[in-house]
Design a protein. Sequence first.
Length: 353
Amino acid sequence: MDTPDDPEDPMPQTRDTNRRIVLANRPKGRPDDDSLRLETGPVPKAGAGEMLLRTVWLSLDPYMRGRMDDAKSYAAPVELGGVMTGQVVAEVVTSDVDGFAPGDHVLAGSGWQDWAVLDGSQVMNLGRDPAHPSWHLGILGMPGFTAHAGLLNIGEPKPGETVVVAAATGPVGATVGQIAKIRGCRAVGVAGGAEKCAHAVEVLGFDACIDHRSDDFEAQLAAACPEGIDVYFENVGGRTLYAVLPLLNPFARVPVCGMVAWYNLSTLPDGPDRGPQILGTLLRQKVKMQGFIIFDTFGPTEHAAFLKDMTGWLQEGKVRYREQVVEGLEAAPDALLDLLEGRNFGKMVVRVG
Ligand SMILES: NC(=O)c1ccc[n+]([C@@H]2O[C@H](COP(=O)([O-])OP(=O)(O)OC[C@H]3O[C@@H](n4cnc5c(N)ncnc54)[C@H](OP(=O)(O)O)[C@@H]3O)[C@@H](O)[C@H]2O)c1
């Protein structure tokens, strides 16, 4: 990332400067130092019917890689020179919007910057002093909702069935596995490395977790699923998908949530054409595979069900949640790359202010 100042001497958030991280160049494949740029400018001024927000927490999520491309997608790309998109928890500093007062915390889509001016639309008020503000970017926010709605409405797990999910210690995968256990299923995780796999079993309560970097990953996954796989919650694609295909039971369900193993590819992956294997499995095993984009596919009914379940489970200690906190807005570009390549451990959030 280009920075106007010494990156070893990061600027703190101040009341008179707005730091913004903008898209400098569209990456071909893996983002590099030229993809994003830190800029500074004046703090925007709020007018009538608007409020001034100070960013406190910024969420980092795999979908952000897709917004750096201008290929056709479900959401518009970030413009070149535009502020990187992202959900934040912010504090209201001044407000001329009914229902929002200085000191309130809000959930907003104001992106990778210190300050923003918004009207009240698309902004959720979290109140003056929410217990865990950053959790609204994770377990109580979009990733938690994704896990809950995708697993229960598309995966339709039944007691005794086997549910497999990769990125098993991330905010989506960890939640999928824990809900599967609550629903009486066998939960098998896939994660990168021994430490993450131990966390999935010992802390999150998965029945087993397999390291996708192991030489004999496919054999280990088959051994962990002696009765086959009834629900495969697809987070990653790649080697994990190919290992799962031969294990899918008749009438298995596959909610397609993401494919992070391929997000940095600029061409098709090496190796044989897997199309016949994938479609052949769907046909022979009568598999239901359904893609979903959380806020397009599901609405207020599913969101209310999620919030009711999740707040209860958290209070009862039935769901555990892990965050990785990155310090400072200027650290966000490198942290996003870490996230895409598995060097995060838990939900990644940036403490901005
Ligand atoms: N459809 C929707 O509406 C929606 C909404 C939210 C999220 N998503 C998707 O859900 C998935 C999980 O999101 P998240 O926020 O929970 O991410 P996350 O787990 O915090 O981070 C991504 C993880 O993917 C794993 N990974 C990266 N490369 C991999 C590879 N080659 N093979 C296997 N695993 C790999 C890494 O975990 P390991 O080190 O454990 O491998 C990495 O930590 C992503 O695909 C995301 O795009 C979709």
